[in-house]
Design a protein around this ligand. Structure first.
Ligand SMILES: Cc1cc2nc3c(=O)[nH]c(=O)nc-3n(C[C@H](O)[C@H](O)[C@H](O)COP(=O)(O)OP(=O)(O)OC[C@H]3O[C@@H](n4cnc5c(N)ncnc54)[C@H](O)[C@@H]3O)c2cc1C
Length: 394
């Protein structure tokens, strides 16, 4: 039965919460967003200088299709917004071995082609001419996907929150402590400041903080910490333009990926992996070991960066789900509660498509993507492949 609009409280002003808030407001709900703020919050995963936007998901066509829909949205936002925050610089995927069936790189390449795209296959010779900062000795194979790029994630959250304000969304500064309920029906939240906020629906989209707020999900959702480094090369221009697109090098094996130089010359290098279990408010710092490991990787991959100074270090949080799929579902035991989280290190790129998914879930409407994000528990793994490609690597 479709829910008639009423009051909805969105807990969390990251990309999950903000996209849900805007869509629900456009559907006539009275929307309040609660976040300790200011939004974009400095500790939020969405608050960053860059996130990869790609359809390259191995053989998992579900995510190819969702990312394709999101890309149409990125184009629309670039067209409609005063400043484009999505940069279609392509995505360079390098393989440590010749691409072969079953491998993330090969399967991504094949699905792109099967779906009508024309990724450019590269070998070490053809690539070294085009990408002079790279050493391809260890990357004999790979491809460039031109229908891909990166988004200025923090700026996107800021833009969307101003669109929310303009649409009449109310923003409250504060933190949820617990849910309020009448019987089995959730009726709002109590904040850490002991304020009681009533609502007809509560959507908890608090990223890595979510498992702490809905602990009955902590066996399927958990926070993990991931290090990010920004290097300052002597010649940032060498790390911009068509000669240095966003990249992933042996991403399913070693987990390295990165971005072109920012306007201030910084070059971000990140690592996708299991991360370390940590509470988001006690996430620690980037270790000297990780920095040394990164420099070792750069020495044989992007030599000019290997000894460059590190000018920024950040520990960013994933809200990992046990199967790597997002989590967007109504709580079957608590009427009026919806949980939208589980970005698992790959949720930002879907931003233009997320609001409709979350709003459909909250309103009990059919949505062709929601089945994969349904309320589930261990043993209900969607597909083993998802676990592998969704999070790119384990
Ligand atoms: C290092 C790293 C690299 C990544 N790279 C990519 C990438 O290249 N491409 C990609 O698609 N995705 C990437 N991701 C994943 C992506 O960033 C996340 O999936 C996405 O940003 C999650 O958004 P969110 O809204 O769920 O959480 P967040 O952005 O973390 O927002 C959660 C919000 O909840 C608020 N909050 C917390 N506690 C409370 C409370 N008690 N009450 C009220 N509000 C609260 C916080 O202040 C915050 O604003 C990456 C993530 C990391 C960590």
């Amino acid at each position: 039965m479709k829910a008639a609009p009423g009051r909805v409280l969105v807990v969390g002003g990251g990309i999950f919460g903000i996209t849900a808030a805007l869509e629900l407001r456009r559907r006539g709900w009275l929307v309040t967003v609660l976040d300790p703020g200011p939004i974009p919050h400095e500790g939020a995963s969405s608050t960053d200088v860059s996130k990869v936007v790609r359809m390259d998901y191995g053989s998992d066509r579900f995510y190819h299709e969702l990312a394709e829909l999101a890309l149409e949205g990125w184009d629309r936002w670039n067209h409609d917004w005063p400043v484009p925050f999505y940069h279609e610089d392509g995505f360079l995927i390098l393989s440590p071995t010749p691409m072969a069936p079953g491998g993330y790189e090969y399967e991504s390449f094949e699905v792109l082609r099967a779906r009508g795209y024309a990724p450019e296959r590269l070998d070490a010779n053809s690539a070294s001419g085009r990408y002079p900062e790279w050493d391809f000795t260890r990357y004999p194979d790979g491809y460039l996907n031109t229908r891909a790029g990166w988004a200025e994630s923090g700026a996107v959250v800021e833009r969307l929150s101003s669109l929310c304000r303009a649409a009449g969304v109310t923003f409250l500064t504060g933190s949820m402590r617990s849910l309020m309920s009448h019987g089995s029906r959730v009726s709002g939240v109590v904040t850490t400041g002991a304020d009681r906020i009533e609502a007809d629906r509560v959507l908890v989209a608090a990223g890595a903080w979510t498992p702490g707020l809905v602990p009955w999900l902590s066996h399927v959702l958990w926070p993990t910490a991931h290090p990010v480094l920004h290097f300052q090369p002597d010649d940032p221009d060498a790390f911009r333009g068509s000669g240095f697109p966003p990249w992933a090098a042996d991403i399913s094996g070693t987990g390295w990926y990165g971005f072109p130089a920012l306007p201030d010359g910084r070059v971000k290098v990140a690592h996708h992996g299991p991360g370390a279990r940590a509470r988001p408010d006690d996430r620690g710092a980037v270790s000297a070991e990780h920095e040394a490991r990164t420099r070792d990787f750069l020495r044989y991959s992007i030599p000019a960066l290997a000894d460059a100074p590190v000018v920024h270090r950040r520990v960013c949080m994933y809200c990992d789900s046990f199967d790597g799929d997002l989590f967007a579902a109504a709580d079957p035991s608590r009427e009026g509660l919806v949980v939208a989280s589980g970005g698992s290190g790959h949720g930002f790129k879907f931003a233009p498509a997320l609001g409709a998914i979350f709003a459909d879930v909250l309103e009990g409407r059919d949505n062709r993507f929601a089945f994969r994000f349904a309320w589930r528990s261990l043993g209900q793994v969607a597909t083993e492949e998802a676990r592998f490609t969704g999070g790119l690597s384990e």
